[in-house]
Each structure stands twice: as C-alpha cells, then as structure tokens.
Design a protein around this ligand. Structure first.
Ligand code: M6R
Length: 365
C-alpha cells in the first residue's frame, strides 16, 4: 500500500532512513562493536580478488562498492555488467570470490553470471533483496539487503540498502585484511550509524530539489550528469534514474572525461547536473564545472555548504545537501538524484511507478 504517498517510488524513497537502520541492525547484530555477516567465514585475508557482476542500478551499487573495497580494504575488485561477463569468458583467479548483486534475485543475466562463476570454481556470494529468489538459493552465501518489497520499477531503497551492505561488508573485509584495526572499526560503526540520519536530512531538502526539478530540469530534452570518484557511479545512476522515469535523454560521465568528447554536447539547452560534495576531488571538479560554464552550460550543483560557498554563485542552480565525510557521500547524493528524477517525472506527468518499456524484473536476456 502507498499510504499517504501518490506513488510507490516516493514512498520507497522516504522509507530509506528506516531501511538503513534495519541494515545496520543486521550488520552490527552481535552488539560487540564489530561488523559481521555470513560471508565472514570466507577468509578474506587470502582472497586474491573479488569479481562483481550485476545489472543496472545493482551494478552501479557494485561500482561504488569496488571503490570502497579497494580504498578501505585494499582488496582488488573487478566489476562487469552481467550481460557481458560470461560471454567474455574471463579467467577467474584461484581462490577468488564472485559477488552477484540483485534486488529481485531473478535477473537472467545475473543468474547466468553466477552459474559461470560457479563452474569456474569460484566461491559465490549474493547480495539479494528477495530471500526466496533463485539467486539467493544458488549462491554459496546469501546476504540479505533488508530493503523490504520494492514495487516502483525505478530502484531506490534497494540501491541504498545495497550500498550500506557493501560498506558494512568492506569494514568486515578490511578488518580481516588488517587495513583497519579495532579502534578504526569502532569509528566506522559510528560513521555507519549516522547514515539513517544523513538520509533523513537529505530528504529534508526535497522542496528545494522539487523546485529545481520542475523549473530547471523538466523542460529539457537532454541532460548530463557528472561526478568524480565515488560520484562517478552516482552520476551514472542519476542519469539512469532520470531517463527511466522522465524519458529525458540523460548521460552520466566521469567529469574528467568531458573534454574527451561529451563537452561537445554542452550548450544552454542541456542542463548539467554536477554531483559535487566538497571532498578531495572538489578542486578538479571545480575546474570541469567552470569549463562547462564557459561554454554556456547551465550547471545544477548538488553540493554541501562548503561547495555552495565556493561555486554556488557561478552555478545556475545550487542545492545544498548535508555535510558528511567523503566515504558516506553516496548515501546523500543517491537520495538527492532519486528525488530529482521523481519530481521531474511528476512535472512531466509520466507514469512514475510503471515507466514505458520497463519491467521490475528482467528474466530474459
Ligand atoms: O533485480 P535486479 O537488481 O537484478 O535488477 C537489475 C536492474 O534491472 C535494475 O536495477 C534496473 O536497472 C532498475 N530499473 C533501475 O532503476
């Protein structure tokens, strides 16, 4: 049931603080200041590489997870969209682990990637939202996403739940690999515990996001999303969400790639959404954004107070989001781009929960 919400998508966006609290409860269930899950027994200190395969939004969650796992746990990670993975016939390392990520647990390509990895002798993990699904049954270890049923075709709460599970997983792996010590782990649990509040604070920016969506983005026929580092997969997710439910042609790019081609598209009719938290990459992004503005580009800046102080005056529109430490920025920006797409679709009058041509679960190749 939708309750007071006009669409399942909006209801599911607003459920995210509660979902995050549920995920945290499961990852810290031992209550002894440690993060754990059923995958802890795989001996992560000796795993040479993690391979991730997934589709769509689940794959973008995996791309964020790759960055966390490589940076925090120093675990090499390969990621590929599941529909390409098995046809490429990649060699998989001895002792390796393959992780598949899927909300439905029924996506045909993701299931085929899992079967390929099993045949290649990999141990397998699944991050799955539907516990009774085929993927949950076929993996060696199934990790629950705890998002609850997701009805809107555009994935929202499943994405943030996948992210939070991947960050909890990263902390567990990092402890085993010795890149975090006990005190670091306690600090991380503190950081993870702030995610439900951060998401709630981002939801409070909904009126500002709705105004920018209706006034600035909804009239456009094309849009570009840019970001760096953790914000690159989030830019891809922002573009995916927007095109799915508004039918606006949207592209996501790594900001540093703009000058290698996509900047040719920029003019006053193509809004550029910049995912711009004031992190260590902000200076680089700042110069990319100024290049866009110099070509009459209209930049919609998703940033924090410090970022707004630096770039807000030059930007076309600025939305100020909560401050948080850089590793947690994906949660803030994920909710912001979901609300942006939702309110844009609302202004355009499209079918938000059942967009044309799309199915919730893609069980054919
Ligand atoms: O059920 P899955 O997570 O395996 O589905 C994967 C994609 O089909 C899915 O994330 C799709 O991209 C969503 N509609 C995105 O909002």
């Amino acid at each position: 049931e939708k309750g007071p919400y006009p669409h399942f998508m909006l209801k599911e966006i607003h459920e995210q603080p509660g979902v995050a609290a549920r995920v945290l409860g499961s990852w810290t269930a031992r209550g002894d200041g440690t993060v754990t899950c059923d995958a802890a027994g795989l001996g992560w200190a000796r795993v040479p590489r993690l391979t991730i395969a997934a589709c769509g939004t689940a794959c973008l969650a995996g791309q964020v997870g790759k960055i966390w796992l490589e940076r925090i746990a120093r675990l090499p990670v390969e990621i590929e969209i599941a529909s390409e993975f098995r046809y490429r016939e990649p060699p998989l390392p001895e002792g390796g682990v393959t992780l598949v990520i899927s909300q439905s647990g029924e996506t045909a390509d993701t299931l085929a990637a899992l079967r390929y990895a099993k045949e290649a002798g990999q141990r397998t993990l699944g991050l799955v939202n539907v516990p009774t699904s085929t993927i949950a049954r076929e993996v060696d270890v199934a990790l629950a996403t705890h998002a609850g049923p997701e009805i809107g075709v555009a994935s929202t709460k499943a994405f943030t739940a996948q992210l939070l599970c991947l960050l909890g997983f990263t902390v567990m792996v990092a402890r085993q690999r010795g890149t975090l010590d006990e005190a670091d782990e306690r600090r991380w649990i503190g950081a993870l515990s702030s995610v439900p509040r951060l998401i709630a604070e981002t939801l409070a920016a909904e009126p500002a996001i709705a105004a920018a969506a209706a006034g600035a983005l909804a009239p456009a026929s094309d849009a570009i999303f840019v970001g760096r580092g953790l914000m690159y997969p989030l830019a891809l997710e922002g573009a995916l969400k927007l095109k799915e439910i508004t039918y606006i042609h949207a592209e996501g790019h790594a900001a540093g790639e703009l000058k290698h081609g996509p900047i040719a598209l920029v003019d006053a009719t193509v809004p550029v959404v910049a995912l711009a938290p004031s992190d260590g990459l902000f200076d680089k992004l700042d110069s990319n954004i100024r290049e866009i503005m110099a070509r009459d580009g209209r930049v919609l800046l998703l940033t924090d107070a410090a970022g707004a102080a630096r770039l807000g005056e030059a930007a076309w529109r600025t939305i100020v989001l909560p401050d948080c430490e850089p590793f947690l920025q994906p949660f803030v920006q994920a909710v912001a781009i979901q609300l942006l797409a939702y309110h844009c679709a609302l202004a355009r009058g499209t079918d938000i929960d059942q967009p044309r041509n799309l199915a919730k679960s893609v069980t054919v190749e």
